[in-house]
Design a protein around this ligand. Structure first.
Ligand code: SF4
Length: 269
């Protein structure tokens, strides 16, 4: 998935009002650059529904306002709609997806959620044509992503596009912007992040903890500094609960880094 760069509202320069949850690691695609190391048939390694609900409750208690659900492909999970329902009653929610499963019964379940005005569905799209998208994501995946975007827009959802900038699509970004505008998605709902050398990707930008503006990120194994990767070098705590402990640790590290670097604006967000 491509990460999100959203909500400039009142965050005072930090992004600690966000909670990212890696709901699962299995996927219906096997993208060659996947930072989550997800693929078809990967171990699920998911958060259980009670853990997700407790994390949301604790995040709200800590004053967090935005929830991001990512994977893997979250819509593989039977519980995802219950997770979304629970989150939407308490926070702004973004769910990251390749979009392929969002049709038929699943689309109906998505439409039935409460507080749809708080929901953003972020679809990964890497090109204006199949060649630039499918080179990393597999043959046929571009058309399926486009079909998903059209279905979601027709159903009235707030759709954001997440693009991973790669050597293959760098010359295609202007055409891609014409395409998303034609699909009814404005410029502010198109985010572009560089390919990073993490997970399965041997190419791209190398990034480490000091270069990343922290966003609290949780998988079943612990709490991490940033959603770009749930890797050991970004692990803050192996304890999920209480979430406050890991958030306090993140704050302490952030403050000490700020004293060295002099500001968050130089960091990757
Ligand atoms: S769709 Fe997203 S999570 Fe699935 S393999 Fe591709 S990049 Fe990874």
């Amino acid at each position: 998935m491509t990460l999100a760069q959203t909500n400039p509202r009142g965050d005072g320069g930090d992004l600690l009002h966000r909670l990212w949850l890696y709901t699962n690691y299995d996927c219906n695609l096997s993208c060659s650059y996947c930072v989550a190391e997800s693929f078809v048939g990967a171990e699920r390694n998911g958060l259980a529904l009670p853990q997700v609900c407790r994390l949301i409750d604790e995040a709200v208690m800590l004053g967090m306002t935005e929830l991001f659900l990512t994977g893997g492909e979250p819509f593989i999970l039977h519980d995802i709609f219950t997770m979304l329902h629970y989150g939407l009653e308490r926070m702004q929610v973004t769910v990251l997806s390749n979009g392929i499963l969002l049709k038929g019964k699943r689309l109906g379940q998505l439409e039935a959620l409460p507080h749809r005005e708080r929901l953003t569905v972020q679809i990964s799209l890497d090109g204006s044509n199949a060649a630039t998208h499918d080179v990393y994501r597999g043959a046929g995946s571009w058309q399926k992503a486009i079909d998903a975007i059209v279905r979601l827009k027709a159903a009235g959802f707030h759709v954001r596009l997440g693009t991973t900038q790669t050597p293959e699509n760098s010359q295609d970004l202007a055409a891609m912007c014409r395409l998303h505008r034609a699909l009814g998605i404005p410029d502010e709902d198109h985010i572009i992040r560089p390919l990073v050398r993490r997970g399965f990707s041997a190419k791209g930008m190398a990034i480490s903890l000091p270069a990343l503006e922290p966003e609290v990120t949780v998988n079943r194994d612990g709490v991490y500094w940033h959603p770009v990767a749930t890797a050991p070098d970004l692990l803050i705590s192996p304890r999920l609960f209480p979430l406050r402990e890991a958030v306090e640790q993140i704050n302490e590290i952030r403050e000490s880094l700020l004293m060295v670097t002099g500001g968050a604006s130089s960091r990757f967000r």
